[in-house]
Ligand binder design. Structure first.
Ligand SMILES: C[S@@+](CC[C@H](N)C(=O)[O-])C[C@H]1O[C@@H](n2cnc3c(N)ncnc32)[C@H](O)[C@@H]1O
Length: 182
């Protein structure tokens, strides 16, 4: 998960959050190699972001939230760290229909970002429930699960597994009454 403060140019700052020390180490090395002085990496989990309240302008995440068993908590954390008027832009895997037990319990399908995915409507409901407004799916595409996991049952459900990009905004007055548009 990435959290950006101000416009990410020379004066902006980016915080990358990784769950394992190995990933933090690797990211720091890559940033040094690329000479990116305005990026820092912190060890932490998306359910407990190591970031202060109301401190970032944008939260970006790609294909991580599906792995969390507590998605509501993840959205609460994103909401907490965003400044009023701050934006959430996440890309993730969601489901158009429930998966059968055999896929839900498959480790391979979990690691492949499928078993942990929520139903699309429930995912959007959770984002709204923690206070985000103007919640919209801005892109939706087929997720090539049939190419990634060679399993006949997974292939059968391939059309119900999609990749979405979702936008939301933290209202400026905290009550949800006043929102910014895109
Ligand atoms: C499918 S990868 C996506 C990685 C990256 N966002 C990208 O776009 O390449 C999922 C990542 O989520 C991390 N992850 C899983 N659960 C997490 C959690 N609760 N908190 C933080 N990171 C988590 C895993 O360690 C893994 O690096």
């Amino acid at each position: 998960m990435f959290l950006a403060s101000k416009k990410v140019g020379e004066k902006g700052r980016v915080i990358g959050v990784y769950m394992t020390p190995e990933m933090v180490d690797r990211a720091r090395k890559a940033a040094r190699k690329g000479n990116y002085g305005n990026v820092e990496f912190r060890l932490g989990e998306i359910e407990n972001l190591p970031v202060a309240d109301n401190s970032v302008d944008v939260v970006i995440s790609n294909c991580v939230i599906n792995l969390s068993p507590n998605k509501k908590r993840v959205f609460e954390e994103a909401f907490r760290v965003l400044k009023p008027g701050g934006r959430l832009i996440i890309s993730d895997i969601v489901l158009l229909k429930e998966l059968p037990k055999v896929i839900k319990e498959s480790e391979q399908a979990y690691v492949g970002c499928i078993s942990g995915a929520a139903l699309k409507n429930e995912y959007l409901r959770l984002i709204k429930s923690v206070g985000f407004r103007d919640v919209n799916v801005i892109e939706e595409s087929h997720f090539p699960v049939d190419l990634m996991i060679n399993d006949s049952i997974v292939k059968e459900y391939a059309n119900s597994i999609v990749s979405v990009t979702v936008y939301g905004i933290k209202p400026t007055n905290g009550s949800g009454a006043k929102c910014y548009g895109l």
